[in-house]
Design a protein around this ligand. Sequence first.
Ligand SMILES: [Zn+2]
Length: 387
Amino acid sequence: MQCPRCGNEDPKYFYQDGEQIYCRKCIQFGRVNITDVIQPKPYKCRKHRVKAHLNFELTDAQKRASVRLKENALGGIDSLVYACCGAGKTEICFETITAFLNAGKKVGFAIPRRQVVLEICERLRKAYPRLKVIAVCQGHTEVDDGDLIVCTMHQLYRYHHTFDLLILDEVDAFPYKDNEMLEAIAMNACKGVKVLLSATPSRQLLRKAESGKLSMIELFTRPHGHPLIVPQCFILPHYFQLIHLLWFMKKYGGQWLVFVPAIAMSDAYGKWLSVFMPCASFTSKTICKEEVLRRFKEHQLTVLFTSTILERGVTFKGVHVAVLQSAHPVFDEASLIQIVGRVGRDPKEPKGFALLYADRKNHAMKRCIYALQKMNESLFDLHECTG
Ligand SMILES: [Zn+2]
């Protein structure tokens, strides 16, 4: 027995209702009986004649990645784009998207988090002003067809066997990561070529690329060409970490994002420090999220305490980051790389501080430092090759 939608074969998820057996693993998307044949919906497809409008030019490294991605996709080969934070992953997909749209093929762009769907949709609308680019996510589901569809991974269940090109961004992020059901639904939404994007791919995905099931395209340089920031570690007892950080902030100044392992801790520190300096806390429980982010972006706040909610997808110009209790299990290797990746994204301020405070250096911290050093070494090799 296998569910035709999510591929589940585990008997504990199958329920009998009279004559019919249905799958409960993917029941949130509506009931599917195992004898059902899911028919693809007749989504519209037309040949376009478009070009992506960018208000900047791709760097040579981005161009090379972009050309390879297009060659792979047109040759029917799936790709994994392994690019560092701030490398411009989305932009290097534009040529491939354009080629598929102009050939009259259906293109989808899926991302785990809703907030990022809206952001990417805006960027694609600017790049393709003549096309109907639609966002499909919670709160935006009335229209589900357009020339170019940007959606959350959860919404892919609507597009069974629909996409000739499906780009899956942030494949290492919650809730897509390690979620077999969402992965099966994503695979079923694609009838053609898949492009996976990640700054921190899982080992499983890297193994898939090594075994040749995916073609890997690496891009470890940011458009400004400066090396990635490698974090500094301070091994101190818990109670001393914040004191040291305050001393460091006072000495070097600047604006700081401080990651802590728990929401209550973020709120408590934010409240306490706001007596001394402009400071706030930002967590999944914060009520006026947009307002706090706006104040931080406008430099009305010097310090923002936060949980892992801000580890990805956000860009603050010229920000420094610190992680307190970074050996806590909530911070794995990928989340530390993402956190450090917030620093030095702006071409005007390519440098900055990334500090990891812990009572001991754990495996995740070591792996994070090693990965960033490796990426910088490959940048060094590249400079040597190109003279
Ligand atoms: Zn199912």
